[in-house]
Design a protein around this ligand. Structure first.
Ligand SMILES: [Zn+2]
Length: 105
């Protein structure tokens, strides 16, 4: 017996059975993709940027739409860890392709 007790906004949409529920860190999914917005083009692993070279307060729609789980999201805010509003710098890709040495002797 499955009871769908879901607060719906009246859009008549039925919840998907594959709905994984709230996403803990949606920005990590967004940052798995390069931003397709031409004025941004933030590479994977970096937050979106504004035209003024600052970290955008939220990710570009075209970018988070690449994530199926976020296709219905209206906005995906940039988390504080990415320091929205600060000067944008390219971050190293989180791909983990390069093995990191500990550095400690
Ligand atoms: Zn972007």
């Amino acid at each position: 017996m499955t009871s769908w007790v879901v607060a719906n906004d009246g859009t008549g949409e039925t919840p998907s059975r594959n709905d994984p529920g709230p996403i803990a860190d949606p920005y990590t999914l967004v940052e798995a993709h390069t931003c397709p917005t031409s004025t941004c083009s933030a590479p994977a692993g970096s937050p979106c940027r504004t035209g003024r070279g600052k970290v955008a307060a939220q990710y570009h729609t075209a970018r988070f739409r690449l994530v199926p789980q976020l296709a219905k999201a209206l906005t995906v805010p940039t988390p504080p860890v990415r320091m929205p509003g600060a000067a944008w710098i390219e971050r190293p890709r989180a791909a983990g392709a390069r093995p990191r040495s500990g550095g400690a002797p």
